[in-house]
Design a protein around this ligand. Structure first.
Ligand code: COA
Ligand code: MG
Length: 294
């Protein structure tokens, strides 16, 4: 069972300097971007550099191996096949698909990956997929379609606010209190619910103002508190904040232990109380999940 990457750091595929820095960032997963962070004229160079980076980091002899992901260009661009042809030789753990429009596109990309896995002697099905499911209004309204469709490579679902806001002509994404406005809350909630319904990772979107440490920390804490499994990042400074936010605190662990102990001390009892707080089976389930038992 692979452990869930909590922090997912984007790195522009054409930046040698940033690609060189990835191991020291502490990111659980690195997403080498061939899409929006790369100018059209730089795409061929970015593909080549992404492939070299993948190969160079294939066999890190370390316990802290970073998952190697690549964001290809959207299916509608026609660039995605060349992207895949270039990077699959480096056997990435997964491919992020931007502007994803539903299960049919996932199957289309998966079929191409299947061919390339064969060509490069990569075990069939090893390469996972993480779609950005919210980047057009139509896509945002059909996130539920990911719930039941057959997509064995699907690793998780994630969402982005930038492209959707451009499509909407929205001049803000958050309100004056810093909360996402309605369209973004809607897609965030659907991403979370559909990913859980399907049993894949819900990954929260990035916090764009990367110099704002408090804002990043709050966003990461909210992501975990709301049930996301991880969060996207754009700058190395965000990575430790995200990693820390996804670690249970000592207090939370102590509380979870107290809940598990209380139920263990009263076998057959379905509901009880600790310090005046009612606890029943969902609390026990959450406590066990936090402690990593059962
Ligand atoms: N990955 C690896 N290293 C990064 C990095 C990243 N995403 N972002 C910045 N760095 C490095 C810089 O190269 C710099 O290195 P140095 O100290 O050796 O000079 C250091 O971290 C500090 O960077 P800083 O000067 O604060 O930022 P910057 O102006 O170099 O870059 C961004 C700012 C936003 C352009 C950059 O963070 C970036 O490219 N982010 C990813 C963008 C992306 O991929 N977007 C697509 C998804 S939305
Ligand atoms: Mg984009």
């Amino acid at each position: 069972m692979r452990t869930t990457p909590r922090s997912w750091l984007f790195v522009p595929g054409d930046s040698e300097k940033k690609l060189l820095k990835t191991p020291e960032t502490g990111a659980h997963a690195v997403i080498v971007d061939l899409e929006d962070a790369v100018a059209p004229s730089a795409k061929p160079a970015a593909r080549r550099m992404a492939r070299e980076w993948l190969e160079a980091h294939k066999r890190q002899i370390t316990m802290r191996k970073q998952a190697r992901w690549v964001r290809i260009n959207a299916v509608e661009t026609g660039l995605w096949r060349e992207d895949l042809a270039a990077v699959m030789a480096g056997a990435p753990e997964g491919i992020m698909l931007p502007k994803a429009e539903g299960p049919e596109q996932i199957r289309q990309v998966a079929a191409e990956i299947y061919e390339l896995e064969q060509r490069h002697a990569i075990p069939n099905g090893q390469t996972r997929l993480l779609p950005l499911v919210s980047e057009t209004p139509r896509a945002a309204l059909t996130i539920a379609a990911y719930m039941d469709a057959s997509m064995p490579r699907l690793a998780g679902l994630t969402w982005g606010a930038e492209d959707l806001s451009a499509e909407l002509g929205a001049t803000r994404k958050r309100d004056s209190a810093g909360q996402w406005t309605d369209a973004f809350r809607f897609v965030r909630a659907q991403t979370l619910l559909v990913a859980h319904a399907r049993g894949v990772w819900p990954i929260d979107t990035l916090y764009a103002d990367f110099r704002d440490e408090d804002g990043t920390r709050r966003a990461a804490e909210a992501a975990r508190a709301d049930g996301f499994a991880g969060m996207l990042a754009i700058h190395p400074a965000q990575v430790p904040l995200i990693n820390a936010a996804f670690m249970p605190t000592e207090e939370e662990l102590a509380e979870a232990r107290a809940i598990v102990d209380a139920f263990a001390a009263s076998p057959g009892v379905g509901t009880l109380q600790i310090d005046g707080r009612m606890l029943d089976q969902p609390h026990l389930k959450l406590a066990k999940a936090m402690l990593g038992i059962e």
